[in-house]
Design a protein around this ligand. Structure first.
Ligand code: GTP
Length: 359
């Protein structure tokens, strides 16, 4: 998938672009970091575009300072910043001349619309959409997949349908039989894309990435579906993706309603005025309502050694804290993402942290 020299792969000297899709908190950034390590070891020059629903890219801290990165904040590629994606690609190509571009969409993005943005860029830059890697949280897939309805289900389904490679993440949270069930469901939804399991970004099998060194997955998936001669290849990919969604999907309206499927998802960004008490903060996370399924941010704890700051992650009731030393001027801030939750109630709870001992 990631050929050491793009001039030698079948992109014909065009810079390959990969879209990382997958529902909120599924493990896209974790995989992206692992992919970047791999590319670094191969001596490649990647650039990254990150799209976040919140107003800040909290995960910038996790990436190498030297990595060329551009950020689309405060909305989805597929709606509010839709037109911006192709501009960002254009800008990165002009400034950095990367030999590969990885785009992480927000977990609430419609992949078809992101694909649209990439193909638009390929009209005026030498870039080519080379793959859509969809990361799936196994537990969420089973929970929502069995249920078979709802907007989250539709977003999940759409992400899976568009994929040229499916990464079944968080395998550690699945029983062996559940893993088989999840793989079967993925296969039902997408008959073509290779499926690999991952644990915290480490793939059980990296072969699909090697197999795809020459763009094989994309061509393999599409050569049977599109015979459109004389069109830019990226346009073929896009139309094939659309066709594949429409022809295999019992939910044809998904593609026609592109951009509307995640209107229910909302994000609240909160800036802390000072340190908070670690236990009270953990308690707040542990008691978040079910409809807030994702949160992340940078906090400072008043009851731990002075000046310690933590990047916290919360996804579907699991919480992680990582001690960090932010570079530059970074606020203490948290972003909460979910569906139809009360902004006011959440902010009130956060405000209450101010008065708690230890903070
Ligand atoms: N148990 C478990 N947790 C994981 C795994 N991979 C990632 N996580 C955790 O899941 C949370 C979300 O991971 P991210 O990589 O930030 O997910 P994301 O898809 O980029 O999230 P958004 O950008 O908010 O959509 C973090 O706390 C990760 O540490 C895994 O294989 N197993």
């Amino acid at each position: 998938m990631f050929a050491p020299d793009s001039s030698k792969n079948n992109t014909g000297g065009l810079t390959p672009v990969y879209l990382l899709a997958g529902f909120l908190g599924s493990g896209k950034t974790t995989l992206l970091l692992a992919l970047l390590e791999r590319l670094k070891a191969q001596g490649r020059k990647p650039a990254v575009i990150m799209n976040e629903l919140g107003d800040v890219n909290l995960e910038r801290q996790l990436f190498d300072d030297e990595l060329p990165m551009s950020e689309l904040l405060g909305g989805c590629i597929c709606c509010s910043s839709r037109g911006d994606l192709s501009l960002e690609i254009h800008g990165l190509m002009e400034r950095e001349q990367p030999d590969i571009i990885l785009i992480e969409a927000t977990g609430a993005a419609n992949p078809l619309e992101s694909i649209d943005g990439i193909t638009e860029a390929s009209m005026y830059q030498k870039v080519q959409l080379q793959g859509v890697i969809t990361v799936v949280d196994g537990s969420l897939l089973l929970e929502r997949g069995r249920n078979g309805k709802g907007k989250t289900f539709k977003l999940l389904l759409e992400g899976v349908r568009c994929a040229t490679l499916l990464v079944l993440g968080k395998g550690d949270r699945l029983e062996p039989e559940e893993k088989v069930e999840a793989q079967q469901l993925l296969r039902e939804w997408n008959a073509y894309a290779p499926i690999v399991s991952s644990f915290r970004g480490q793939l059980e099998d990296w072969t699909p990435f090697e197999d795809m060194d020459n763009g094989a997955a994309v061509s393999r998936q599409h050569e049977t579906q599109t015979e459109t001669e004389g069109q830019p290849r990226s346009t073929q990919i896009q139309s094939a993706q659309m066709q594949s969604v429409q022809s295999r999907s019992p939910f044809n309206m998904i593609s026609s309603k592109a951009g509307q499927d995640h209107d229910h998802v909302m994000a609240v960004t909160y800036y802390f005025e000072g340190p908070v008490d670690s236990e009270a903060f953990e308690e707040l996370l542990n008691t978040l309502p079910d409809n807030i399924y994702r949160a992340k941010g940078i906090v400072r704890f008043g009851d731990t050694s002075s000046g310690s700051r933590f990047l916290f992650q919360y996804a579907y009731k699991e919480t992680d804290f990582m001690r960090i030393e932010p570079q530059g001027d970074v606020h203490d801030v948290a972003v909460f993402i979910g569906e139809h939750f009360s902004r006011q109630e959440l902010v009130e709870k956060l405000e209450q942290l101010k008065g708690i001992q230890g903070a």
